[in-house]
Design a protein around this ligand. Structure first.
Ligand code: PGA
Length: 155
């Protein structure tokens, strides 16, 4: 009988805007056994809430408006995040709107699976994208990196 390998331990980023924090908390409570199997990072307030309400370890970066979205975006660019659950608020202007856009851009640029509302988060966590059946394509930005150097620089 073929052996199936265990589901990978994922590096999961969680972000919720203020009016979406209750939704994220409810979603996280419903999916606690799944979340507990993985490694969690969150923006400051979201992370503090998750730790307090769910008693799970969450590595918190700065609060979103203070640069937390950018920190998570940087971790995505460095290949340190596997999936993003981002409950952003479509009805409120955010003081850090450029950072929100940057985070979403990083997720698209680096082709990580991400979800931005509860229904898509429910779908994503049940998806083969988050287990061994799926190998996401790693984007190759070599041409972009080399467009001025012409010497094969790798940065
Ligand atoms: P917060 O940040 O978790 O620190 O509230 C979320 C955000 O607004 O990006």
């Amino acid at each position: 009988m073929p052996m199936s390998s265990p589901a990978p331990r994922l590096r999961i980023a969680l972000v919720a805007h203020d009016h979406k924090k209750d939704d994220l908390l409810d979603w996280a409570k419903r999916n606690l056994p799944w979340l507990q199997r993985h490694s969690l990072v969150a923006t400051g307030t979201t992370g503090a809430l998750l730790e307090r309400e769910l008693a799970i370890p969450v590595r918190a970066v700065l609060s979103g408006p203070l640069g937390g979205d950018l920190q998570i975006g940087a971790e995505i660019a460095q290949g340190e995040i596997d999936v993003l659950f981002f409950f952003w608020d479509p009805l409120q202007a955010q003081p850090h709107d450029p950072d929100v856009k940057a985070l979403l851009r990083a997720a698209v640029l680096w082709n990580i699976p991400f979800a931005c509302n509860e229904a898509s988060s429910d779908g994503l966590l049940r998806s083969p994208c988050l287990n061994n059946e799926y190998q996401r394509k790693m984007p190759d930005h070599t041409d972009y990196r080399n467009r001025y150097s012409g010497n094969g620089a790798t940065n």
